[in-house]
Design a protein around this ligand. Structure first.
Ligand SMILES: [Zn+2]
Length: 350
């Protein structure tokens, strides 16, 4: 799922997303509820109509952003009080309010409200947050509206094997429509992430519900996680790095701000069918980035989203025809290489 934090996947129109092959996108409850507010979006016909995207939308519960605010929030058993990063005003999210906001937005999949904790915190703190997440999971389910929204529960427990196992069992025991794995890609090592996914895969065993790894989206991570049973991902990475000039290709990461591309007449990736690769050269993109032209953002983002979704399609077919290991190896090898430093002045990402 490409991430549309503010009711837009940055620099792309819904037509661009369809052309890139996006099947579902993600919207952020925290951001949309502060501005323009869930009530306003509901009055305007819901999030699909507001942003003119008629495909499926998954909304997060706001928990991740609220807990990223660190000094700006206070947690109690009922919910979280926090200060807006926009204007310093005070807000409160509870499991019930998070579900109400997502119902107002009208997303197709709503996420249960959970408490994220830095996996580096003391075990007792991670265990407390996990227990609270389980209680909030039940309250989120009880608060689900009659809108037909699917609701996914979220497994927490840091990188502690026993806590993760307990959390997977507790969440899987509830009648959620899908199971999400939260609290990863927040500073732990790649080995810790893989070990944690392995524990979750084991605990969920043959549970048939879709499994969603939240906030993970680098090409190599897809393979690690899919090998351990994950079906669904979201991540800002492909779109965020695109706006800095980094594009993903079969040859790995390229930095279009690198001087070598100024005379390169070839496409970003000869095998890619996106608008940028069909019509434009690396040299043109390199020029747009150096000139700080707005089209640079759109073309690089169109490419990275198209390329990432095409990689997922290839990954799915590799599972069917038995070439998963070969494709995995090729991607690990390509993405091992550093994209190299930008050789022009520092560029401010928007
Ligand atoms: Zn392309």
């Amino acid at each position: 799922m490409p991430v549309g934090t503010q009711a837009t996947v940055k620099a792309l129109t819904p037509g661009d997303l369809s052309a890139a092959g996006a099947q579902m996108i993600l919207g952020n409850t925290y951001h949309l509820n502060l501005r323009p507010t869930a009530e306003r979006i509901a009055r305007l016909g819901g999030l699909h109509r507001f942003m003119a995207w008629d495909g499926p939308i998954l909304t997060d519960s706001g928990g991740f952003q609220v807990f990223s605010l660190a000094d700006l929030r206070r947690v109690d058993d009922d919910g979280v009080t926090f200060t807006s990063h926009l204007d310093g005003s005070t807000h409160r999210l509870t499991p019930e309010r998070a579900m109400e906001v997502q119902a107002l937005l009208g997303s197709d999949i709503a996420m249960a409200f959970d408490q994220l904790v830095d996996p580096g915190r003391p075990r007792s703190e991670i265990a407390d947050a996990m227990e609270r997440t389980h209680r909030w999971a039940e309250r989120s389910l009880a608060a689900r509206g009659r809108s037909g929204q699917a609701v996914f529960g979220i497994i927490q427990g840091g990188v502690d094997p026993r806590l993760r196992r307990a959390s997977a069992a507790a969440i899987a025991a509830l009648p959620f429509d899908g199971i999400a794995i939260g609290g990863l890609s927040v500073g732990e090592s790649k080995a810790e992430m893989a070990a944690t996914l392995e524990i979750v895969a084991e605990a969920l065993s043959d549970d048939p519900r879709p499994r969603y790894l939240m906030g993970v989206g680098s090409p190599v991570d897809f393979f690690t996680a899919v090998a351990l049973g994950v079906d669904l991902f979201d991540c800002v990475l492909p779109t965020r790095v695109a706006r800095t000039g980094q594009v993903w290709t079969a040859a790995g990461r390229l930095n279009l701000r690198n001087a070598a591309f100024q005379d390169d007449p070839g496409p970003i990736d000869p095998a890619c069918a996106c608008e940028a690769c069909r019509n434009h050269s690396r040299a043109y993109l390199a020029h747009l980035f150096r000139s700080r032209e707005l089209l640079a953002y759109r073309l690089a983002t169109v490419h990275n989203v198209t390329w990432t979704l095409e990689l997922m399609r290839r990954l799915r077919s590799s599972l069917l025809d038995g070439s998963f290991a070969d494709l995995h190896e090729a991607i690990v090898e390509a993405f091992r290489r550093d994209p190299g430093p930008a050789e022009d002045a520092p560029y401010d990402s928007v």
